[in-house]
Design a protein around this ligand. Structure first.
Ligand code: PEP
Ligand code: MN
Length: 263
């Protein structure tokens, strides 16, 4: 179903009127984690002012350590919904378990399947039975073929609204958190008709690399960027080291506009 051979035209995924996979770059931004209603509403306004057209914020966090902050759960989803209503920005948030699917269908615009769940086939099938746009991140160490088959799991249940998201893969290199594989952009576009966006934040692990990787992703033909932005990165509850401050994000959006049209 994802194969370009049987579907020559590009698929455009509509998120409340925002077209992902059209001829404009979709800029998604926000904190790694929702940390409270004030925090997410404040940052939502900041990223909107900086030029973002969608808001990210995790409420269920796939942390390496069980002792690390696990996300605000339902309270976080409701706070994100407040920020959406306040700013009009559609939202992206990660779903980790089928039991929470109903609250995502009700309160979240784009359901993210995180890297660690790319091959959680029951979760893929469950979101496939909705009509929600799905942001399908590439697994930490998955091949492109495995990633495309994960999209097939969603599509074969009846949901055509899949957006790929490259977020870096594990290699031998410790200078970066992961290695951003931009070759997937032309490969996914050749093999499939689905949109693909880039997450430079989880690839880099370091805010200083975000601008270069983002501009490279746009030049490579990506349909959008999802970037972690926090107004107090040093005190962020997760992923502060890779989070851009709103003013740095605004500058990046402006540079992106020199390369391609941005929504
Ligand atoms: C995230 O988006 O905050 C996240 C945990 O992403 P990934 O699944 O790519 O690690
Ligand atoms: Mn994160």
């Amino acid at each position: 179903l994802a194969n370009r051979m049987f579907h020559p035209e590009d698929t455009v995924v509509d998120v409340n009127g925002i077209k992902v996979g059209g001829n404009k770059i979709v800029m998604i931004a926000g904190p790694c984690s929702v940390e409270g209603e004030n925090q997410i509403c404040r940052i939502a306004q900041q990223v909107k002012d900086a030029g973002a057209c969608m808001l990210r914020g995790g409420a269920y966090k796939p942390r390496t350590s069980p002792y690390a902050f696990q996300g605000m759960g339902t309270k976080g989803i409701l706070a994100l919904d407040k920020a959406r209503k306040l700013t009009g920005l559609p939202t992206v948030s990660e779903l980790m378990a089928v039991e929470h699917l109903d609250e995502f269908v009700e309160h979240v615009d784009v359901i993210q399947i995180g890297a660690r769940n790319m091959q959680n086939f029951d979760l893929l099938k469950a979101v496939g039975r909705t009509k929600k746009p799905i942001l399908l991140k590439r697994g930490l160490a998955n091949t492109i073929q495995e990633w495309i088959m994960a999209a097939e799991y969603i599509m074969s249940e009846g949901n055509p609204n899949v957006i790929f998201c490259e977020r870096g893969i594990r290699t031998f290199e410790p200078y970066t958190r992961n290695t951003l594989d931009l070759s997937v952009v032309p490969i996914i576009k050749e093999r499939t008709h689905l949109p693909i966006i880039i997450d430079p934040s989880h690839a880099a692990g370091d805010w200083k690399l975000i601008e270069s990787l983002s501009l490279a992703a746009i030049a490579a033909g990506a349909d959008g960027l999802i970037i972690e932005v926090h107004d107090d990165p040093a005190n962020a509850w997760s992923d502060g080291s890779q989070s851009l401050k709103p003013e740095k994000y605004a500058a990046l959006v402006e540079k992106g506009k020199l390369i391609a049209k941005v929504i």
